[in-house]
Design a protein around this ligand. Structure first.
Ligand code: 3PG
Length: 208
C-alpha cells in the first residue's frame, strides 16, 4: 500500500476507533480483522493512542493500522514513529500537510469544502477524507462535486451509520466510508469484543 487511494480500497468501512484502555487495542484490532475489516483509523484522542498504535502494529500485522485525528505536525511524526502505516487528518493546515508529507506515509487529509479539496488536489492528493460528512452535505454534496472534481475520491466520515452507509458506498467518487459505530464505547468498556466482531462482519459485507 503506497498511496491514499490504495487506503480507500482496503475495506468498505474504515473503523474510526477511540481507545481508552491500551489493553483494548489488540483485542479490538483482532475482532475487526476476524469480522473481515482490514484497516483501522485509531484516533489520537486519548493519552494511550500512540501506545495502542504501537501494539497493534506489532501484534496484529494482518490489519493496516493508521493514526487518525492528526491535527499537529508533532502528532504526524509521533504516529509514524509509533508504527502507523498511514495518517488521517480531520482538516488540513499547511503545517500538518508538510509534516504528513515528511513522514513519507500515505495519508488522507480532511476536506469539507470544494476549495479545500482543490488545494489538496493541487498538492497531488486525490484521496480525501470528507469530514464532517453528514453535517457538510452528505451524499448530496458528494454527488454535486463529482462533476467539477472528477479526479477526487473520498472517504466520507462523520455521522454515518450502518443504515446510511449504503447510499454513500453507491457513489462512484466514494472509495470507502469511515465510522465509529463498529467499536461502540460501551462494548469496549465491557470488553465485549464479540460485538465488535459482529458489527465488523456486517460492515465488511457492505462492500459486496
Ligand atoms: C471522525 O473523526 O472521523 C469522526 O469522529 C467519526 O465520526 P462518527 O463518530 O460520527 O462515525
Amino acid at each position: 500500500m503506497t498511496t491514499g487511494t490504495d487506503l480507500l480500497e482496503l475495506s468498505p468501512v474504515m473503523p474510526v476507533v477511540v481507545i481508552d484502555d491500551v489493553d483494548d487495542a489488540v483485542p479490538t484490532a483482532r475482532a475487526l480483522l476476524a469480522g473481515g475489516i482490514r484497516v483501522i483509523e485509531l484516533t489520537l484522542r486519548t493519552p494511550v493512542a500512540l501506545a495502542a498504535i504501537e501494539r497493534v502494529a506489532t501484534e496484529v500485522p494482518g490489519i493496516v493500522i493508521g493514526a487518525g485525528t492528526v491535527t499537529s505536525a508533532g502528532q504526524a511524526k509521533q504516529a509514524a514513529d509509533a508504527g502507523a502505516k498511514f495518517l488521517v487528518t480531520p482538516g488540513c493546515t499547511d503545517t500538518v500537510l508538510e509534516a504528513a508529507f515528511a513522514t513519507g506515509l500515505p495519508f488522507l487529509p480532511g476536506a469539507g469544502t470544494v476549495s479545500e479539496a482543490m488545494r489538496l488536489a493541487e498538492r497531488g492528493l486525490t484521496a480525501l477524507k470528507f469530514f464532517p460528512a453528514e453535517a457538510s452535505g452528505g451524499v448530496d454534496y458528494l454527488k454535486s462535486v463529482a462533476g467539477p472534481l472528477p479526479s477526487l475520491r473520498f472517504c466520507p466520515t462523520g455521522g454515518i451509520t450502518a443504515a446510511t452507509a449504503p447510499a454513500y458506498l453507491a457513489l462512484p467518487n466514494v472509495g470507502c466510508i469511515g465510522g465509529s459505530w463498529l467499536t461502540p464505547k460501551k462494548s469496549l468498556a465491557a470488553k465485549d469484543f464479540a460485538t465488535v466482531e459482529s458489527l465488523a462482519a456486517e460492515a465488511a459485507k457492505l462492500g459486496a
